[in-house]
Design a protein around this ligand. Structure first.
Ligand SMILES: NC(=O)c1ccc[n+]([C@@H]2O[C@H](COP(=O)([O-])OP(=O)(O)OC[C@H]3O[C@@H](n4cnc5c(N)ncnc54)[C@H](O)[C@@H]3O)[C@@H](O)[C@H]2O)c1
Length: 266
């Protein structure tokens, strides 16, 4: 019940992690604005939420375009009033291999994954400053913390982590909190094009995870719900890794390093 009377925007809420977050916030009584480039999928999520007794509206929005974002903010205010929580989640698979990347791909990845957060934050901040409260949750990635390929996307994700710190530092005195979540591999449609080329890709990745599995969208939704809630009222400017232990260290490399422990079972 902790989100009753609160309005939450989830960008990219038509699929995967965004969908899971939208459904969770709505189940906690938030009014949810689902902004997605794919308006049909956003509408499907709204139907799912309203069928369960929740409140939501869908808007077809390309979050890399300021006029789309402005229109989305207008619809959100008209539908549910001031915005309490913004979740910057929309992103698309990024350009890989800098040496071969064209300029359009670089620009598109930075616009969809980073400029979008600037545009959406700019849309909600004046209202949050005036009301002296508000929460921003930015969905980054472990790609923003180290090398995992997809260089343009990764640079944007590193940028969103720094942007989170700037938001937390500059607007904290207005009661506004900003935090980032850095997920590792999560089973969502973002993987579809890779699975088509390599059906076993997610299975293969499991061995890198200390917890022995890849993540599910709900793993990220749980973290987002916590960071947006009053239970996190003194947490701002952090990057919460939701990664099954991936970034804690590399046990396979450690085994190679510590030859004497190779034969140990624990
Ligand atoms: N799935 C993973 O393994 C993983 C890992 C780390 C980080 N993430 C991050 O989690 C977030 C959600 O990813 P997902 O895995 O749920 O992907 P997804 O492809 O399932 O969902 C992304 C959604 O964003 C929407 N979208 C894309 N570009 C948009 C735009 N310009 N404007 C509006 N909507 C747009 C898509 O239509 C889609 O509905 C992304 O920020 C992604 O970078 C995902």
């Amino acid at each position: 019940m902790q989100f009753a009377d609160r309005t939450v925007i989830v960008t990219g809420g038509g699929s995967g992690i965004g969908q899971a977050m939208a459904v969770r916030f709505a189940a906690e009584r938030a009014a949810v604005v689902i902004a997605d480039r794919n308006g049909g999928r956003a509408m499907e999520v709204v139907r799912k939420i309203t069928a369960a007794g929740g409140k939501a509206v869908a808007t077809q929005t390309d979050v890399s375009l300021s006029h789309d974002v402005d229109a989305m903010m207008g619809l959100a205010a008209k539908s549910f009033g001031p915005i309490d929580v913004l979740v910057n989640n929309a992103a698309a698979p990024g350009g890989d291999n800098l040496a071969l990347m064209d300029e359009t791909t670089w620009d598109r990845d930075l616009a969809v994954c980073l400029k979008s957060a600037f545009l959406c934050c700019r849309g909600v901040l004046p209202g949050m400053i005036e009301r002296k409260r508000g929460v921003i949750v930015n969905i980054a990635s472990v790609n923003g913390l180290g090398y995992f390929g997809n260089e343009a996307y990764s640079a944007a994700k590193a940028g969103i982590i720094n942007l989170t710190e700037s938001l937390a530092a500059r607007y904290g005195r207005y009661g506004i909190r900003a935090n980032a979540i850095a997920p590792a591999s999560i089973r969502t449609p973002i993987w579809q094009h890779r699975i088509e080329k390599d059906p076993e890709v997610l299975k293969r990745l499991e061995k890198w995870y200390p917890l022995g599995r890849i993540g599910e969208p709900e793993d990220v939704a749980n973290a987002a719900l916590f960071l947006a809630s009053d239970a996190a009222s003194w947490i701002s400017g952090v990057v919460l890794r939701v990664d099954g232990g991936l970034m804690a260290g590399n046990p396979l490399m450690a085994q190679d390093l510590l030859v004497e422990s190779r034969d140990q079972t624990i």
